[in-house]
Write a protein that binds this ligand. Structure first.
Ligand SMILES: Nc1ncnc2c1ncn2[C@@H]1O[C@H](COP(=O)(O)OP(=O)(O)OP(=O)(O)O)[C@@H](O)[C@H]1O
Ligand SMILES: [Mg+2]
Length: 420
């Protein structure tokens, strides 16, 4: 695994490679320092967290680079001190309303089905998929921002599946057949958002290894196989945003985000009870923990109302993701916002799922860090659903770099040629 050696800048392979994962959330900047052994298994050695100010982020994207760099530096330092070393490289998660993640699938009929597929043909096909995807992303971001020329960049790309004449393959090269089909997941973001993350990395003096679409990372973290079989919906409820990812029939199909998360609940409590934001936040957390508080009934009412509004948002994006077909009956929740019991209950309620194309009532479960098999936590500080997203990012750092999948290699060649 030459990547591992490269990461450490040495060839002996004795010392495990190391990397940092940075989840720059609306509410918290979270850092994980982890090691990677030769078999590609990760171990978290240090964790750090710093609360961000109200104006530092705007619905999941950086709004004040200098402030965010300061917050990340605090989180990083905490993680590095705990680990006792400082990795040079970082993976950063990207999220926010204008990050578009979707899978583009292209089926092509081959004129000469008896000729085996070669590298050049495969590369050409991947290239067509990517061009089509870029056009679609530009259309949708242009439409949403209302601006005619928004500079859109591809931030994350992965092969979801390939088949020839309906026969699933990991590498089509060398096969004969008529109908070749390939699906690629891509996440696009406006240049301004990607640029902000690059600045954060460089100001932290870290080399940016990858930018990863957060919902994609979350959807991959449980281990591909069992999710792939049955499909699932992943919902990350953060402070400022909710990210939804759909995995159906073998791969991730799409991701959507909307700008509503735990902070909206706090804001309502602050407004309605006329409290300063930090006081409302601790009241909400106490309430969610089931502690007895004097304002219990008022808080319950406010949270209930907000949960209904939030669930309507989830309904909207799930309907869009479903695209007229059935949704998998499994919903995995993560993110700090999902610690409010009402949030989980809202998705389990009949009035929510009845309006969506579920074959049966969805099973709603809360994800936990110990479900992540590919990475262990030596710090024992990653305890709940709020830590799942950063762990997902760490796993992506490993998965992307260590993949020896020939289709991935072909995809990387095309990406290099596209200069994205
Ligand atoms: N025990 C708790 N009870 C209720 N809410 C909680 C609890 N702990 C954290 N939260 C809420 O979780 C939210 C932060 O979650 P998280 O750290 O996942 O967000 P983030 O990643 O910073 O934001 P985003 O993903 O939107 O950019 C906050 O709104 C916070 O109030
Ligand atoms: Mg988050």
């Amino acid at each position: 695994m030459s990547f591992l050696r490269r990461m450490m800048g040495r060839g002996d392979g004795q010392i495990p490679a190391a990397c940092t994962a940075l989840d720059i959330g609306t509410e918290f900047a979270k850092a994980l320092v982890f090691e990677i052994d030769d078999s590609g298994h990760g171990t978290v050695r240090g964790v750090g967290r710093k609360r961000q100010g109200l104006s530092h982020m705007q619905s999941g994207t950086v709004a004040d680079i200098a402030a965010v760099v300061d917050n990340c530096a605090v989180a990083l330092q905490e993680a590095e001190e705990m680990a006792g070393f400082r990795p040079k490289q970082v993976v950063i998660g990207i999220a926010g309303e204008l990050v578009k993640g979707f899978t583009t699938t292209l089926t092509q009929e081959r004129k000469r089905p008896d000729v085996p597929i070669n590298d050049a043909e495969l590369t050409k096909l991947i290239d067509s998929v990517q061009k089509e995807a870029l056009r679609e992303a530009e259309r949708s971001i242009t439409w949403e921002t209302g601006l005619p020329h928004v500079d859109v960049r591809l931030v994350h790309s992965a092969i979801v599946g390939a088949s020839i004449d309906g026969y699933g393959l990991t590498n089509p090269v060398g096969f004969q057949g008529r109908h070749i089909r390939i699906g690629i997941f891509n996440a696009f973001a406006p240049l301004v958002h990607l640029g902000a993350l690059q600045s954060v990395a460089s100001q932290l003096d870290l080399e940016l290894l990858e930018v990863v679409a957060e919902p994609y990372a979350v959807a991959r973290v449980l281990g591909a196989e069992h999710v792939r079989q049955a499909g699932a919906l992943f919902v990350d409820v953060g402070g400022g945003t909710t990210d939804v990812a759909l995995v159906r029939q073998g791969g991730i199909e799409g991701t959507r985000m909307f700008a509503l998360g735990g902070r909206a609940f706090t804001k309502s409590i602050a407004d309605r009870l006329d409290l300063p934001f930090p006081r409302a936040e601790s009241l909400k957390v106490d309430y969610a923990r089931g502690l007895s508080i004097a304002e219990h009934d008022e808080v319950a009412e406010i949270v209930g109302e907000d949960a209904a509004v939030w669930a309507a948002g989830v309904e909207l994006v799930m309907e869009e993701l479903a695209a007229g077909e059935m949704l998998p009956s499994r919903i995995h929740l993560c993110g700090g916002g999902s610690r409010l019991p009402e949030v989980r209950d809202a998705l389990a309620a009949e009035r929510f799922w009845k309006r969506l194309p579920f074959a049966r009532p969805p099973e709603v479960s809360i994800m936990s860090p110990d479900q992540v098999e590919s990475i262990s936590d030596a710090t024992e500080l990653l305890v709940d659903q709020q830590d799942v997203t950063p762990l997902g990012l760490a796993w992506q750092a490993i998965e992307i770099q260590t993949s020896e999948d020939p289709l991935d290699a072909a995809l990387r060649r095309v990406l290099r040629a596209m200069k994205v």
